[in-house]
Design a protein around this ligand. Structure first.
Ligand code: UTP
Length: 295
């Protein structure tokens, strides 16, 4: 299926309080995962799905995030003079990736509010939202399936991951009905961070969405919800409850995903990705085994 040219929105304006003090002067999306900031993996994922127009929502400490996607002439010319083509390519990679734009959120009033800041840039087109601290392993692609499902049905598409009941309070949870496709469900309701007893299922909403621009009208009137924040989940719940609209559908993800906004998951991401790398894995894998034996 050939897809329309979608734009992508990457919210990266949260306070990142779980990572203090590292995030005192730096957004958590800039924390390195092996040797690239988390957000670069997310931008690469969007480009691999064919999206080249990317809007990043930035908060305080915006400069090091936008600098990362800019060229750095002094560094580039030093590396060029030294003939270090490999490092030069690494420096240039992030500035050549895509057409990247930035808009400020001002105050971190929640994910729904951050997405609403994209309205002027996105205009009247469907778009993808990729959370800047949520990594999907490139070996387990997800976004293209979501874009295709949106094109096919017009529904808002969320990505769902089955989690342990004890973990569902950390996510938005979806009430679902099966469809003919085992990897796609119809979402009949959404609740932000429910207790295990109140959760409608163990399907957790993870940080990938494909939305129609009509979501902006809903976000404009969405009141602050859980945590006093304007929640994207609440706007999606309205779409799910609208019997006359295309509704909300969930693509069930069964691949590798790392929530780099969480300290334990962040460390797991680095260990797993580094162990799998051709340049680092051969040295690291035996060390990991020896280390594990000491635990
Ligand atoms: P999180 O809830 O994980 O981010 O938001 P947080 O609030 O920064 O995290 P902690 O709990 O304080 O550590 C999910 C995503 O939404 C973005 C975040 O940057 C993250 O990518 N976000 C959240 C915004 O852009 N603006 C907001 O107001 C809130």
């Amino acid at each position: 299926m050939s897809l329309k040219p979608f734009k992508a929105v990457i919210p990266a304006a949260g306070l990142g309080t779980r990572f203090l003090p590292a995030t005192k002067a730096m957004p958590k999306e800039m924390l390195p995962v092996v040797d690239k900031p988390a957000i670069q993996y997310v931008v690469e994922e969007a480009t691999q799905a064919g999206i080249h127009d990317i809007l990043i929502i930035i908060g305080r400490n915006k400069n090091n995030l936008s600098n990362h996607f800019d060229s750095v002439p002094e560094l580039e010319s030093t590396l060029r003079k030294k003939g270090d083509e490999a490092k030069l390519a690494k420096v240039q990679q992030s500035s050549d990736l895509a057409d990247i734009h930035f808009v400020r959120q001002g105050e971190p009033k929640g994910l729904g509010h951050a997405v609403l800041r994209a309205r002027a840039h996105v205009g009247d087109h469907p778009f993808a939202v990729l959370l800047g601290d949520d990594l999907i392993d490139e070996r387990d692609p997800l976004l293209t399936t979501m874009l295709e499902e949106h094109e096919r049905t017009g529904a808002a598409i969320v990505a769902l991951l089955e989690v342990e009941p004890s973990q569902i309070h950390l996510y938005g949870a979806a009430a679902v009905e099966t469809t003919d496709n085992p990897d796609v469900v119809r979402v009949t309701g959404l609740v932000e961070k429910p207790s295990a007893e109140d959760a409608p299922s163990n399907y957790a909403v993870i940080g990938r969405y494909v939305l129609a621009p009509s979501v902006f009208d809903i976000l404009e009137r969405t009141e602050p919800g859980k945590g006093g924040e304007i929640q994207l989940t609440d706007a999606l719940q309205e779409l799910a409850a609208d019997a006359d609209g295309p509704g909300v559908r969930g693509v069930v993800f069964r691949g590798r995903r790392y929530d780099t906004g969480d300290r334990v998951d962040y460390i797991k991401a680095i260990v797993q990705l580094a162990a799998d790398r051709e340049d680092l894995g051969p040295e690291l894998r035996p060390w990991f085994k020896d280390f594990a034996a000491t635990l």
